[in-house]
Design a protein around this ligand. Sequence first.
Ligand SMILES: [Zn+2]
Length: 223
Amino acid sequence: MTTANVNNTKIRIFGFNKEECEVLRTEAASAFAYYEHKIGRYPRKQLDLVLGGMGMEYPGIVTAGYLHNSLLDLESLKREVDHEIAHQWFYGVVSNDPYYDGWLDEGMATFAQGLFNVYRSKKAIDYTYIDKIVKEYNKYPVNLPLAQYPPTQRSTYTYTKASSELFKWFEHRGGRNGAEQFLNTYYHFYQNKEVDSKEFMRFTKAYFAMKNDAMFHGWLTAQ
Ligand SMILES: [Zn+2]
């Protein structure tokens, strides 16, 4: 086991490969510090990262190592760690039904993870790529109950399409900073509460002072 202290939280990393643990210790600490700084405080004194399982989140503990039964290379493993840690904010603190509104925690965690990577790389957000995703995946809304997606399309919509649509909102609304401010407000408004798609739409319309549902057209439906 190796540990990192970030602000008031002890992050413990459990794994068999010492070198890998060391790399992921740095990764976990950087992602954690970013989320705390930009989104809001993590409510616990400890966060455990257990390596060697599939990527999964629980309050106060995340696992990483595999995706769809394949062992991840180190770079992909870092992304998975960033993603699972983001769930401590979106799922662990702001809750949602993972079956009926799976996109809420998966989309938000993917969005936060993406923002962290933009922040760290100091590169501009690649809106050409985001536009491509938004246009290409237009068959389903992101907020169907999970069983209504073909299994191979489920994460495409609830993770990739959802986070891309969120990125797109901020293209002309402050980019990364605008998005971080939005997540910060959303997190503080709904911490320790459960959100559903309808509530999310109500919140965002008020946040952006929108009078109609145009910003949800084609990807989010009122259920
Ligand atoms: Zn996830």
